[in-house]
Design a protein around this ligand. Structure first.
Ligand code: SF4
Ligand code: SF4
Length: 414
């Protein structure tokens, strides 16, 4: 596609990235067929090709309106369109740039502005979020549905193994996961311990930066990223850790992008690139040890359980990791049921479920129907947002897959 970017952006770093991406798009429209919001709304401007066109117009100098912003707001950033695109268009990066520009040109007003500010300031602060989660659990029965959905019941996390192996890896603590489901990182630590790897969380780490970045607070998102880099760098520099392990695929996709996002930062560019290289989804680590794991699991036995697997968009479209978790779950004796439209988003998408609740709930209902069609008695996923969102709409237990492997290995109830 030919472009003529306007003066305000043409010679900037973002302008060059956007120009490269726009030129790759041949406007074929293949991506619209796999876009959840296009499927729901049937409007070209609520699909990837239309949104690319809107962003191109804005970057070429056309004034955006609130309607432009709405079409971009409705995008889930699920990146299903990237998986479908035959031309390798990095839609997610283009959307980040487009949204940031539109946000500045069409400032938000009233409740929309306040809610987004509150999300940016509250969600990434793990201490504040944890205190609110504790308070929310005390009054859970009295909360409105939209908030009750975000307050899962507490589950015990179990012991964290003491460090004892020569192989060591860091884990991201994150922002919402420690309060919502501390059992996930603890389960990962126990599974990796069984495989001869000690996992630990570095003090000072926190939100991966995705919350603020995707709410168009790029400076705030970068500050979160730099804080994590500072927390991890001493262990990385001393060569003490061989990987930085993600148990939330949403965080993994973000940290894999640190190298790109901080590429022009004179102090952090090299460190960010190294951190991105070291970042691995926990499934990549465990799949590499699948023979050892399968042997341990066989020794434990266990009943086959029909299970529906929901691959988060950040895992399948963002990190492009497909098939690994399914192999691990099968090795652990779970019978994976067929799931229709597995490429489609569940509607969680970070803060999307709060900002676009109607679309989000419609997508969740469709996803839960698809997950239930094969008779599964259990649902597994790989991202805290998807797990919490899906669990709020069903009585079928929804768990992180690493918790299920841990339960089978260590004889815990699911
Ligand atoms: S993003 Fe890719 S699939 Fe979509 S219109 Fe452009 S080239 Fe075609
Ligand atoms: S990221 Fe998802 S919702 Fe957004 S345009 Fe692409 S497929 Fe559609």
């Amino acid at each position: 596609m030919q472009t003529q970017l306007a003066d305000f952006i043409r010679d900037t770093a973002d302008g060059q990235v956007a120009d490269d991406i726009l030129r790759k798009c041949v406007h074929c429209g293949f991506c619209t067929a796999t876009c959840p919001t296009y499927q729901l709304l049937g409007d070209e401007l609520d699909g990837p090709r239309g949104r690319i066109y809107l962003i191109k117009q804005v970057l070429e100098g056309h004034e955006p309106s609130e309607k432009t912003r709405l079409h971009l707001d409705r995008c889930l950033t699920c990146r299903s369109c990237e998986s479908t695109c035959p031309s390798g268009v990095q839609y997610g990066r283009l959307l980040d740039i487009g949204r940031h520009v539109v946000e500045q040109k069409v400032p938000r007003q009233g409740a929309d502005r306040v809610v987004r500010w509150a999300l940016r300031e509250f969600v990434p602060r793990a201490g504040l979020f944890g205190a609110a989660m504790k308070a929310g659990r005390l009054v859970r029965g009295m909360l409105p549905e939209v908030l009750k959905d975000k307050v899962p019941l507490a589950r015990p996390s179990g012991p964290w193994p003491r460090p004892r192996h020569a192989r060591r890896m860091l884990a991201l603590a994150g922002c919402v996961q420690p309060a919502m489901a501390p059992s996930i990182n603890a389960a990962a630590a126990r599974v990796l311990d069984t495989l001869g790897i000690s996992l630990h969380e570095a003090p000072g780490g926190g939100c991966c930066g995705a919350v603020r970045h995707h709410l168009n607070d790029h400076a705030g998102g970068k500050a979160d990223m730099k804080r994590n880099i500072d927390a991890w760098w001493p262990a990385v520099e001393r060569g003490e850790v061989e990987a930085i392990v993600m148990t939330a695929s949403g965080c993994g996709a973000q940290i894999k992008d640190y190298g790109h996002i901080l590429r022009d930062d004179p102090l952090y560019a090299d460190k960010a690139r190294r951190i991105s290289e070291l970042t691995k989804d926990v499934s990549e680590i465990v799949v590499a040890e699948i023979d050892t794991l399968a042997g341990r699991l066989r020794a434990r036995g266990g009943q086959p359980t029909p299970l529906a697997w929901h691959a988060p968009c950040t895992l399948q479209h963002g990190l492009k990791l497909r098939g690994g978790v399914e192999r691990l779950l099968a090795a652990a004796g779970f019978e994976l049921t067929p799931v229709r439209d597995a490429h489609l988003c569940c509607g969680s998408a970070g803060t999307y479920s709060l900002l676009q609740p109607a679309l989000s709930h419609t997508l969740r209902d469709s996803k839960l129907a698809a997950l239930g069609e094969g008779g599964a008695t259990l649902i597994a996923s790989a991202n805290i947002g998807c797990i919490t969102h899906l669990q709020a709409g069903t009585t079928t237990p929804v768990r992180h897959w690493i918790e299920l492997i841990d339960a089978r290995l260590n004889g815990f109830p699911i």
